[in-house]
Design a protein around this ligand. Structure first.
Ligand code: SRM
Ligand code: SF4
Length: 588
């Protein structure tokens, strides 16, 4: 008998799929409103997830319905560096109205998601996304996902170089299978290829991935030491540009970041990436390939819970891991450059691009583009994209940049937003601006509790308390997720709220804006309506004992969990009825 551990079922689906084809085409044509097990896994590589509306499921259960599932699909467009045109955004907005749930979602990796697409419309949806020169290939699945890049449209050579590297990485690291092309770009009735794209014309083989692709998802980002807006340390592979005398002299290569954790499985943990090497710009693509091939060949294919790169590095140690990457690359790699992350810019508000034009960063609360009552962001975007036709960039904080704006159009852009009930970024509180939440309920099948729908209300209360404490202008990241998978990156920010049970959250503290440090569990199983009263004592302590210029995350990190718990417990005991007001005195 072989000593090899048994492969996970997803590996078997991949092996048997003939490069991601499986039964997708046949099942797409059948009468069912859902796909079978194997296709569900393979479809992820094509950029779509089978889901069901969990609100409707709950209602169905109440009504005693036999099958309470209403199937639909989330369709994710990968948008390298978040760069797209007004026409492309308009087409995605059209799609969300025509085939989706009428909302469009900017993701925490600069992508766009449609929700609520029924199976009957799936082919049309993916086909249309390709017609507008975007793609869903590798937006999900065991491959290199959307490559993130700082979206600031500065015309300076540094940003041009970051974008070029991003494009080179996408060109070299994308799957080559023609399965995508055959299924989504070929007319299912006539068999005619209606669009070119989505796969190499001749190469059937996947030179980088092989027939079983990677053991798990793999995330790559490109950013700057002076501006870590893409959260490099949360990626499997990060390229951190080091700039000297206005030029990129090379990149620090960061490896093994990842947020996902399963609390019941001790073997799992979130990790910030490790600094592995310093490379010259011309080495970046081949080093990326070497890193990916090592993960392909040595990542765990038996247990998906521990299949990400961070576990391989944890098991081997960085030294052994680096040696293996060097072996695949064919040359030794230099030690990391001493410079490390020291800035983070969310690019919100007005900025000069460097060519006489402007860009405007608009904060989009939790990335949701919709019209709701007096708030009509979707209509505002229609008008802006239809009339001013700016370039569009999506940020890793689920927000949007309008680029190439003529200074003469500045007031017009603002007045379109205002007339649609959309607050300008300058009118949004600091805490809301620096917050983000994952999708969670009702579409995410893994959500334990609410996130996107809960965070705005929590921030409403927090704004009041921060004002009382005189901390309204404080900059700190607040990120919420509906389960411990960490889609809004809650483990390296100042305050993380992570769904642990229905209506209950673990409150994390002590990370920071720079994203290079994990936070710690400050309080567990906090009911949603007690999150703010749990944070008020912490903020009070911060206000009283911070050192000059110290950030909330750095303060929490300096004090440590035990000290924070002791102080805030004492504070709460002394102020039993006034948890939500500023402390007059310090606890004994
Ligand atoms: Fe995520 C799974 C949404 C960024 C870690 N993520 C999911 C799924 C597909 C649920 C599922 O598997 O059934 C969610 C779909 C919800 C829905 O209804 O739309 C989902 N993830 C998202 C998005 C849309 C969150 C958002 O509100 O913006 C983000 C899409 C990004 C994109 O455009 O590609 C998103 N997910 C992330 C990030 C942040 C990042 O990459 O910078 C992380 C943490 C970093 C990391 O990967 O470690 C993340 N998502 C996960 C995990 C945990 C992975 C792990 O290693 O354990 C899962 C679960 C899994 O893979 O098994 C997951
Ligand atoms: Fe779903 Fe959990 Fe990701 Fe939120 S963190 S989108 S609840 S998988």
């Amino acid at each position: 008998m072989s000593d090899e551990p048994k492969l996970s079922p997803v590996e078997t689906f991949k092996i048997q799929s003939n490069y991601l084809r499986g039964e997708i085409a046949q099942e797409l044509a059948d009468e069912n409103d859902f796909f079978g097990k194997g296709s569900i896994q393979l479809l992820k590589h094509h950029g779509t997830y089978q889901q069901d509306d969990r609100d409707a499921r709950a209602m169905g259960r109440k009504d005693g319905a036999k099958s309470a599932k209403h199937y639909s699909f989330m369709v994710r467009t990968r948008i390298p560096g978040g760069r797209l045109t007004s026409e492309q955004l308009l087409a995605e907005i059209d799609l969300c109205e025509e085939v989706g749930n009428t909302t469009l979602r900017i993701t925490s990796r600069q992508g766009l998601q449609l929700h609520g697409v029924v199976k009957h419309d799936l082919w049309k949806t993916i086909h249309r996304i390709n017609e507008i020169q975007l793609s869903t290939l590798a937006a999900c699945g065991d491959v290199v996902r959307n490559v993130m890049c700082c979206p600031a449209p500065f015309t300076h050579a540094i940003h041009q170089e970051l974008e070029q590297l991003t494009d080179d990485l996408v060109a070299n690291l994308s799957p080559r299978t023609r399965a995508y092309h055959e299924i989504w770009l070929t007319d299912p009735e006539s068999g005619e290829e209606t669009l070119v794209g989505g796969g190499s014309e001749s190469a059937e083989l996947e030179p980088l991935y092989g027939p079983t692709y990677l053991p798990r998802k793999f995330k790559v980002a490109v950013g700057l030491a002076s501006d870590n807006c893409v959260d490099l340390y949360a990626n499997d592979l990060g390229f951190m540009a080091i700039v000297e005398s206005g030029k990129i002299i090379g990149y620090n290569v960061l490896v093994g970041g990842g947020m996902g954790v399963t609390p019941s499985a001790e073997k799992t943990f979130p990790a910030v990436a490790k600094r592995m090497a310093f490379i010259k710009p011309e080495q970046a693509v081949d080093v990326a390939k070497a890193v990916i091939m090592v993960q392909r060949d040595f990542g765990n294919r038996a247990d998906r819970k521990i299949a990400r790169l961070k576990y391989l590095i944890h098991n081997w140690g960085l030294e052994k891991y680096k040696a293996k990457v060097e072996e695949y690359y064919g040359q030794p790699l230099a030690d990391p450059h001493p410079e490390d992350v020291h800035g983070f810019d969310d690019h919100i508000g007005w900025h000069e691009q460097g060519d006489g034009r402007l860009f405007y960063g608009l904060n989009v609360e939790n990335g949701r583009i919709h019209d709701h009552g007096d708030f009509r962001l979707k209509s505002a975007l229609r008008e802006i994209c239809g009339t001013l036709k700016p370039g569009i960039r999506l940020t890793a904080h689920q927000s949007i940049l309008f680029t190439d704006v003529d200074p003469a159009d500045r007031d017009k852009l603002q007045s379109i937003l205002r007339s649609h009930g959309v607050k300008l970024s300058e009118e949004i509180s600091s805490v809301r601006r620096w917050s983000m939440a994952c999708v969670a309920w009702p579409t995410c099948g893994l959500a334990i509790t609410e996130s996107e729908r809960a965070l705005p209300g929590i921030i409403d209360q927090l704004e009041v308390e921060l004002a009382k404490l005189g901390l309204s202008h404080e900059t700190f990241t607040l990120r919420m997720t509906g389960c411990p998978n960490g889609c809004a990156r809650p483990y390296n920010c100042d305050i993380g709220l992570v769904g642990k049970a229905v209506g209950k959250y673990t409150v994390f503290a002590g990370g920071r804006l720079l994203g290079d440090r994990l936070n710690f569990n400050f309080r567990d199983m906090v009911p949603a309506d007690e999150v703010v009263s749990t944070l008020v004592p912490l903020l009070t302590y911060f206000k009283q004992e911070r050192t000059a210029g110290e950030t909330l995350g750095d303060f929490c990190h300096r004090k440590g969990r035990d000290d924070l718990v002791t102080w805030t417990d004492a504070y709460t005991a002394q102020n039993p009825t006034a948890q939500n007001t500023q402390a007059e005195t310090q606890p004994a």
